[in-house]
Ligand binder design. Structure first.
Ligand code: BG6
Length: 482
């Protein structure tokens, strides 16, 4: 079957850094359907030849040792470029003609990838509609939309309405690249491909769950965007909620798109809404020292670069189990981890070698880097009088030492092949905003919790650890061993 991927925003960073390398790697593995053509669209006046040359250089830089000139030349034969402006209706009609020519009238499944500025999404889609690019009588037509999908509930709903005027929901693929990560998908394998975890995966055995996405990097050159977004929009509304959904969801009836997405959205629906004093008590806000001096950021910015939120899910499985979600820039190391902290044994017979009180079991799921998981359990200190110590079963996702495939590899292939399971549905995105919006509003109000400064290179502000201690718990602040 013939396929085409049309990339709007072809001259942008995402295209050269992620999209083309991902497609190239899938081509080298023989996984792209044949033929798969790539048509780039942006305002820059390149020829196809010039764009190919440029992409050859950037791809070599990003895929490093995986670059093979012969393979690249084979891949590049199917790359085309068409200059076009999203503001100009004629350009879309011209694009429609070019696509017909490139596809030689063959029945073709097409994916339109919007890698433009988010303000242009609705406009680009309207123009596609006017040029008939959505009509799927000669093959499927799908549109992939990058994050951010709206900046709040209202704008996300508006965007959904606008897109739905041209594309049906089943044609819309909203990207959250966290769902393309191997280890995020492995959460489903771990939970629903085994019998030993699921019986314990509930309020009877689990004390609490910690989900941490820590980044060592600062905001860098993205200050202009970041200062308006803040960490709740940039990380919580999408990526961290996705991690929470795969951790907390029920088993779907079958592993197909709609069944999985139905179960995921129920998790968000079960989140107990914040009210009254909750907004201040159930979170911690922080900003790293020096943030206000970075490019594009006002000195007196009150935007948080670190946040903790505590949620309860009001359902049979999780009632009473806190989910602690935490993320920050300029933290001590890069780690994304889900910690399932089990309850203590009901009656302690033995002491720990150091503290007299054994630690409860813990499952640490390391999403990245050092992808894998560790099960912490007690064992006897050899030659002691029944003193215990914490031991660990350590599983590495890929022991070959090779890097795992980039999330975009999976997602682009799924979009081409028409599998929406790893993409966000409209109700999911809107529900996520419904939860985050009131928190953002409260954190901008005079009643907002204090914005605590923290030195780069730590686990956020000290108040985050103190707050956790007040909860009678402590963060699992351990950098992964790579
Ligand atoms: C992006 C955010 O969506 O995800 C960035 O905008 C963040 O701020 C990035 O750094 C993290 O992605 P990853 O895959 O590096 O964990």
């Amino acid at each position: 079957m013939s396929h085409t991927m049309v990339i709007f925003g072809a001259s942008g960073d995402l295209t050269s850094r992620k999209l083309i390398p991902a497609l190239y790697r899938q081509f080298c593995r023989g996984r792209l359907p044949t033929p798969t053509r790539i048509v780039g669209v942006s305002r820059s006046p390149f020829t196809s030849e010039q764009w190919r040359e440029q992409l050859a250089q950037t791809t070599e830089k990003f895929v490093k040792d995986d670059f093979d000139l012969n393979a690249w030349n084979g891949f590049a034969e199917q790359i085309f470029y068409q200059a076009g402006d999203i503001e100009n209706e004629q350009d879309f009609h011209r694009l429609a003609q070019v696509l017909q020519e490139v596809e030689a009238g063959q029945k073709t499944d097409r994916v339109y990838y919007l890698s433009t500025m988010p303000q242009l999404y609705a406009h680009a889609i309207t123009q596609m509609g006017k040029a008939g690019l959505h009509v799927d009588t000669n093959g499927a037509r799908r549109v992939v939309i990058e994050k951010p999908f709206g900046t709040d509930l209202q704008s996300a709903q508006k965007l959904n309405v606008e897109i739905h005027q041209t594309f049906r929901e089943d044609q819309i693929y909203r990207i959250d690249h966290y769902l393309g990560k191997e280890t995020v998908q492995n959460m489903l394998a771990l939970r629903f491909g085994n019998t030993i975890f699921e019986p314990l995966w509930n309020r009877n055995y689990i004390d609490h769950v910690q989900i941490t996405v820590a980044e060592e990097v600062k905001v860098g050159r993205r200050g202009g965007y970041y200062d308006k977004a803040g960490i709740l929009r940039d990380m919580f509304q999408n990526h961290i909620f996705q991690l929470m959904m795969v951790t907390a969801m029920e088993a779907p009836v079958r592993y197909t798109g709609e069944f999985v997405r139905d179960e995921k959205v129920k998790v968000l629906q079960a989140i107990r809404p914040y009210k009254g004093g909750d907004f201040a008590q159930n979170g911690v806000r922080g900003q790293y020292v020096g943030y206000g001096e970075e490019e594009g950021i006002p000195d007196d910015s009150q935007t948080e670069t670190f946040a903790v939120l505590k949620f309860y899910l009001d359902n049979w499985r999780w009632r009473g189990v806190p989910f602690y979600l935490r993320s920050g820039k300029a933290m001590s190391c890069r780690t994304t981890q889900i910690v399932i902290q089990f309850r203590e044994p009901p009656h302690m017979l033995f002491g720990n070698e150091k503290t007299c009180k054994p630690d409860a079991n813990r499952l640490v799921i390391q999403i990245q880097p050092a992808e894998g998981m560790q099960l912490h359990f007690q064992s006897k200190v050899p030659d002691s009088d029944m003193k215990l110590r914490l031991s660990e079963l350590d599983f590495r996702f890929d022991s070959s030492g090779k890097e795992l495939p980039d999330a975009y590899q999976r997602l682009l292939l799924d979009a081409l092949l028409g599998d929406p399971g790893l993409f966000a549905r409209s109700d999911e995105v809107e529900q996520a905003w419904r939860i985050i919006d009131p928190i953002i509003a409260a954190w901008k109000s005079p009643a907002a919790p204090t914005l605590h400064p923290y030195e780069p290179g730590l686990w956020g502000p000290i108040q985050s650890s103190e707050w956790m201690e007040e909860q009678g718990r402590s963060w699992f602040d351990v950098c992964p061993i790579i």
